[in-house]
Design a protein around this ligand. Structure first.
Ligand code: NAD
Length: 475
């Protein structure tokens, strides 16, 4: 959603984020100077460049904002969308700073955007546009392994990240750390296993941790585990697809509706997420998906009765226009900024619990951090110690069998005498970060007399950490 559209429904996206931060600063009684420093983006660049498309020069415009470089590199995705502007990019850059602080990723916050509808260009054209955009960012100091590291966001993926990394490598062939200039790359080009699924996987881990806390579950008007919970997902892209896929296949959630650009498909018994995804790939939308009801007014489905609503498409979809009618018990903000500041207040009054974006979709940046470390280390996780752990497991099992004079069952042997590979390690690190993040948020909400929602708890945690860093080393 563009800021123009966002603004029509209230304040701009940036203002919405600023209001949330203001509220947190007020609760914390934070030093005014640090509060003001936190609210501004340290630098923003606007770039316009021509690319020859079908024999004619077409001008493209994009932005990259660095909200904070209190930790380097600054980190954040690059989105390709027909409507994106400086305000939106600044808001997203600020969210990145808070996100990194909440989950203890030692990066500053940044974000980029290019005004483009990627569906209108073929592969070669997109490559030319992406490489040119990357050259501009590199030339102006907004893309490098040490200072500013992009990742995928809406409309971009591993392919675009691969082109950007290669552009950097060609310009700086002597930089041995060139792989760390961009994250979210294809695995064959320095990407880490598990990055593509990371944000959606992180949403699943956030929900799993939430459901381990009985009191919180009860407070949301729910009970039991994730099993059988009725879930609605908006946006079946990178984040929405992986979240829905894992929740369905590993936690037995029922995905009762999927909302896409062209409408929504519904099945009270649960949709087959992979089948909807493949149908969408082949047909460009969800319409026509067999054995499910189709509703052309997709956004009305956000208001349908369900246990968990996962907006995973774009910002500003729950506003003062529909907040009164949202019937979900719990909203997991997989997208950035899906609930506006004013809508958040309405939902809070109505007792709808929200797992906020600044924590809920942090899986992407957590695994980007692992990818960056892997690139600087020049070695795949697990490569050095996998076999060592396997043989140690074998020795322990042999010792147990000798001492007890009985055989360890094969299934248990396979589990114990198994060294972790890169996938295992990345998932374990992601799970641990998401668990800790949720636990800290719950603890802050329950222990602070002025905090009564998870969003404020998350912002207060982030601001405390950033303010500490500012106090220690200066701005
Ligand atoms: P994507 O482009 O892969 O997917 C977005 C999906 O939303 C697409 O399937 C698109 O068709 C759908 N969509 C667009 N407009 C819609 C509308 N009006 N109604 C319903 N569906 C609509 O993007 P993504 O990477 O999955 O990002 C989605 C959100 O998650 C964004 O807010 C992004 O900033 C956020 N996010 C992404 C990542 C990441 O790692 N990709 C990380 C953190 C946050």
């Amino acid at each position: 959603m563009s800021d123009t559209k966002f603004a029509k429904k209230g304040m701009t996206f940036r203002k919405s984020v600023e209001h949330m931060v203001d509220h947190a600063i007020e609760i914390m009684e934070l030093d005014e100077g640090i509060g003001s420093a936190l609210k501004v983006c340290q630098s923003v660049i606007q770039i316009s460049f021509p690319v020859e498309i079908n024999g004619k020069a077409e001008i493209f415009t994009g932005w990259r904002a660095t909200h904070s470089d209190h930790r380097l590199p600054s980190k954040g995705g690059i989105r390709y969308a027909p409507i994106v502007d400086q305000d939106e990019v600044e808001a997203l850059a600020a969210l990145m700073t808070y996100k990194c602080a909440i989950v203890d990723v030692p990066f500053g916050g940044s974000k980029g955007g290019l005004v483009i509808d990627p569906r209108k260009y073929d592969r070669n054209q997109l490559e030319a546009i992406t490489r040119r955009f990357a050259r501009e960012l590199i030339g102006k100091g907004y893309l490098s392994p040490a200072k500013n590291v992009p990742a995928p966001d809406m409309g971009t993926g591993p392919r675009e990240m691969g082109w950007m990394t290669d552009t950097y490598r060609r310009l700086f062939p002597d930089d041995i750390n060139y792989m760390g200039a961009v994250t979210g790359k294809p695995v064959e080009h320095g990407g880490v296993r598990g990055r593509n699924e990371a944000t959606g996987r992180g949403v699943q881990y956030a929900l799993r941790e939430f459901f381990r806390h009985g009191e919180e579950v009860k407070n949301a008007g729910l009970e039991g585990s994730l099993e059988g919970k009725q879930v609605i997902v908006q946006g079946l892209g990178n984040v929405g697809y992986h979240a829905a896929h894992f929740l369905q296949t590993e936690d037995d959630c029922k995905i009762i509706a999927i909302i896409e650009r062209d409408g929504a498909v519904l099945d009270p018994d649960g949709l087959d997420v992979d089948a909807v995804f493949h149908h969408m790939r082949e047909n460009g939308g969800v319409k026509g998906f067999p054995d499910a009801r189709f509703e052309s007014d997709g956004s009305s489905i956000l208001e349908m009765e369900c246990d968990i609503l996962i907006p995973a498409a774009l910002e500003g979809v729950i506003t003062t226009d529909n907040a009164d009618r949202i019937k979900a018990h719990l909203i997991a903000e997989a997208a950035n900024g899906p609930v506006t500041f004013e809508a958040d207040k309405i939902l809070q009054k109505r007792g709808v619990e929200i797992i906020p974006d600044a924590y809920c979709n942090a899986g992407g940046v957590i695994v980007s951090y692992f990818e960056w470390i892997r690139n600087l280390n020049h070695v795949r996780f697990g490569r050095i110690d996998k076999r060592f752990h396997e043989s140690r497991g074998e020795h322990i099992l042999t010792a147990i069998e000798m001492a007890t004079d009985s055989k360890v069952p094969d299934w248990l042997r396979d589990q114990i005498a198994r060294g972790a590979d890169e996938f295992d390690l990345v998932r374990s690190g992601l799970d641990d970060s998401m668990r800790q993040g949720m636990q800290e948020i719950i603890e802050k909400r329950r222990s602070h007399p002025k905090i009564d929602d998870y969003r404020m708890a998350a912002f207060v945690i982030a601001i405390e950490k950033i303010a500490r860093s500012y106090r220690d080393i200066g701005f």
